[in-house]
Design a protein around this ligand. Structure first.
Ligand code: KE4
Length: 428
């Protein structure tokens, strides 16, 4: 057994000041048990914990680190920028530069605004959609996550079209009732919502490739159906590409599926590991954002020089088709190897993958929505997670998250991961 003495001590200290000892719930390992590892260093595909244990990392900060930890080019750019000042609360040329790079990569984002998290991006996009359409209701999908703003911390009952119910205490019923919920991939449910609430739906917000129920692909015709229905009913279509943006393709999922949303939310990769989010889209909509328009949104550290520099450096490296080919090859190798290992252990497993983003579901059926995701065996997943930790593999500590590969993951890393999986699957 790997020792976790120091992580245990640090976790105990952390719980004195921080709820659950963490600054984001999933980090507490609540879903999988065991001691959350306190990380002291990362380099490339590896992280090291407070007890000196080294792991091949498949969390990669939940997506931002597509280049791997402490990429020397990103670190140098941040170091150089920091020497000139970390934040001015004033305009800088770098914001324009990164915005231009994003708009060139994602043409539907004719204009955009930087914020400091994906939550802020999605929250602001919803406010803007409500202002632009003059309507109050929104549609989201069960199992999709768009950050922790009140309107979006709402989920449905089953996969049917339902009035939203608060996902968290503190979200008022009056707020939740403006959020309508449908099952992911259930286009009929969305059709029924538009019929039931005519002229009152401001927007449909969707993860074009879902990654917060584990990874689930859009069914054929689902995204184009949402595009058609929202246009037909005068609602905006918002793609939340906080995870998929610059992950599944340089142009995101909208490039893969050739669908043009009205607004897009970004985060994670565009900050190169520093806090950034962005929302953007059609010029006629974005012009409504203060100060050019009346929709208020602001942020002390929005577009700060360090995050902009890290984002610019990261996107410059990603803007090379061979990058996504290499990520695809690594993802394919890992998926094939995991499937073969599960087969060898007679373990019911389904794997969903898009490029360097994948989820291993402990279920024989493929996952197409939150209802099917919830049928997975989460207790087996927990044993898998803990077993992989023992083998030096740091897998995302929740069945309902995706794993992230980076350009720094080597073939040796993948071999080591598959060796570990073969051993752990047999123990399950
Ligand atoms: P942040 O506020 O955490 O930067 O972004 C919120 C968000 C918005 N949209 C999507 C599709 C997201 O996946 C997220 C956040 N992702 C989670 C992982 N699934 C962040 C990890 C965490 O909550 O600690």
């Amino acid at each position: 057994m790997k020792t976790t003495k120091n992580s245990q001590r640090l976790f105990k200290q952390a719980r004195r000041y921080l709820p659950g000892g963490v600054d984001s719930p999933v980090r507490a390992f609540g879903a999988v048990g065991g001691i959350p590892r306190f990380i002291v260093k990362g380099k490339g595909s590896k992280i090291r914990d407070a007890d000196g244990n080294s792991y091949i990392d498949y969390v990669c900060s939940w997506g931002p680190l597509i280049l791997g930890h402490a990429d020397r080019r990103v670190v140098k750019a941040i170091r150089d920028a920091a020497g000139k000042g970390t934040s001015f609360g004033a305009a800088t040329e770098m914001e324009t530069r990164l915005a231009g790079m994003i708009s060139a990569a994602v043409p539907s984002m004719q204009m955009l605004r930087f914020v400091s998290s994906g939550t802020e991006a999605a929250m602001s996009a919803i406010r803007l959609a409500r202002a632009f359409t003059g309507r109050g209701r929104i549609v989201k999908f069960d199992g999709c996550y768009h950050g922790h703003s009140d309107s979006l911390l709402v989920s449905g009952g089953s996969g049917m079209a339902t009035l939203g119910i608060p996902d968290s205490p503190g979200v008022t019923a009056s707020t939740a009732m403006d959020t309508l919920v449908a099952g992911y991939n259930d286009l009929d449910a969305v059709r029924r919502l538009f019929a039931k609430y005519p002229d009152s739906i401001a927007a449909v917000i969707v993860e074009p490739i879902a990654a917060n129920m584990g990874l689930a692909h859009p069914a054929r015709g689902f995204l184009s159906g949402l595009r058609r229905l929202s246009k037909e009913h005068g609602a905006l279509l918002i793609f939340d590409e906080v995870i998929s943006g610059f992950r599944v393709a340089y142009g995101g999922a909208q490039a893969l599926y050739n669908i043009k949303p009205d607004l897009t939310c970004l985060g994670k990769i565009i900050g190169g590991g520093l806090p950034v989010g962005a929302y953007g889209g059609r010029r006629d909509i974005m012009q409504m954002v203060a100060p050019s328009g009346k929709v208020y949104q602001a942020g002390t550290l929005s577009g700060n020089p360090l995050a902009m520099t890290a984002g610019i450096t990261t996107l410059e490296i990603l803007n090379d088709p061979s990058v996504y080919r290499r990520l695809e090859e690594k993802g394919e190798l890992l998926q094939q190897g995991l499937a073969a290992a599960a087969c060898g252990a007679c373990l019911p497993l389904s794997i969903a993958r898009e490029g360097s983003l994948l989820t291993v579901f402990f279920s024989a059926e493929s996952v197409t929505d939150y209802a099917s995701a919830r049928r997975c065996d989460t207790s087996v997943f927990a044993r898998f997670l803990r077993g992989m930790l023992e083998e030096g593999i740091y897998w995302p500590p929740s069945q309902f998250e995706a794993a992230f590969l980076s350009l720094a993951h080597s073939l040796r890393d993948i071999d080591a991961t598959l060796r570990a999986a073969r051993k752990v699957f047999k123990q399950l």
